[in-house]
Design a protein around this ligand. Structure first.
Ligand code: ATR
Length: 280
């Protein structure tokens, strides 16, 4: 029987996940379909119950339901539980099990695009919102302990550090403090929305003093090269944009649902094609 996957969110029409997953399912000859569902907060419980009884095989969860879905699931993976957000549900022996592939996808992309052993990297995360939390907790859970967090509201960064359940060697910094010590980081991850369309000339911090050869990632994918990444490249960094996180979180979900490794390069091309103005 054809398998059914999907994504739930509010809004949902902008999501690039359906085209990314459907193309990959087709290319790999997997008899399945991935559909976007527009679900409002007040309907979330009914929607999850409905998907369960209708035999849905798995789904993604996007804004604003990633936290609210947790009590509605049968089981939640410990990392997703710690992060407090689920973006992927897998039907396992009839039960809905929640995972967070945002952080894991991001870390997988670092290993692919940069280096496999990240354990000794002196890391700076800029921002302390939901995306930063997923990346921070996942890095710690994988043994990357030296991770500082810089945020406009320093207390929010402090809260992330104080509440993390892993082993960490972390400091909360103001944006100015991060700028002043930028040269000591080998890995810098920008997680705020600053620099996103239409505000493309803004950047959260200056990278003057960056050590050449550092790896700088920005989770924004539109524009493809933010002001932050442009500056990083000027100072001799290797850069990565947000397509990596988008594609790898999807690739990990795809693999959990189908037990098949998708072609990540092709998934990236699909998204790039859609972002290039083609209607998808
Ligand atoms: P997400 O879930 O996508 O990570 P979020 O939880 O709303 O989004 O987090 C947004 C992050 O961007 C926060 O770190 C926020 O800083 P504050 O905690 O001080 O609000 C940061 N951010 C957003 N707009 C900003 C701005 N204009 N200047 C500096 N930081 C900003």
């Amino acid at each position: 029987m054809k398998k059914l996957f999907g994504v739930i969110g509010d809004p949902i029409s902008h999501s690039l996940s359906p085209v990314m997953h459907n193309r990959e399912l087709n290319e790999l000859g997997i008899d399945a379909y991935y559909h976007p569902f527009h679900i409002k907060g007040e309907d979330l419980k009914t929607a999850v119950e409905g998907m369960k009884v209708m035999g849905m095989n798995g789904f993604n969860i996007t804004i604003p339901h990633k936290t609210a879905i947790i009590p509605l699931l049968d089981k939640v993976d410990p990392l997703a539980e710690a992060i407090g957000a689920v973006n992927t549900v897998v039907r396992e022996n009839g039960l809905f099990v929640g995972y967070n592939t945002d952080g894991e996808g991001f870390v997988a992309s670092l290993k692919e695009d940069w280096k496999d052993d990240l354990s000794g990297e002196k890391t700076l995360i800029v921002g302390a919102g939901g995306a930063a939390k997923a990346i921070y907790y996942t890095l710690l859970s994988k043994g990357v302990h030296q991770v500082d967090i810089a945020n406009r509201t320093v207390q929010t960064a402090k809260n992330l550090i104080e509440n993390q359940p892993y082993q960490a060697d972390s400091q909360a910094l103001s944006l100015k403090e991060a700028e002043a010590s930028i040269g000591k980081y080998s890995l810098i991850i920008q997680t705020t929305s600053i620099g996103m369309e239409p505000d493309i000339y803004s950047s959260p911090i200056s990278l003057q003093g960056l050590t050449p050869g550092a790896f700088v990632s920005d989770i924004i994918y539109n524009p493809g090269e933010t002001q932050f990444l442009k500056e990083a490249a000027r100072y001799g960094a290797t850069t990565q944009n947000g397509l990596a996180m988008l594609v790898y979180q999807g690739a990990l979900a795809f693999e959990k649902w189908t037990n098949t490794k998708p072609n990540v390069t092709r998934m990236k091309e699909t998204i790039q094609h859609c972002l290039g103005g083609t209607s998808c």
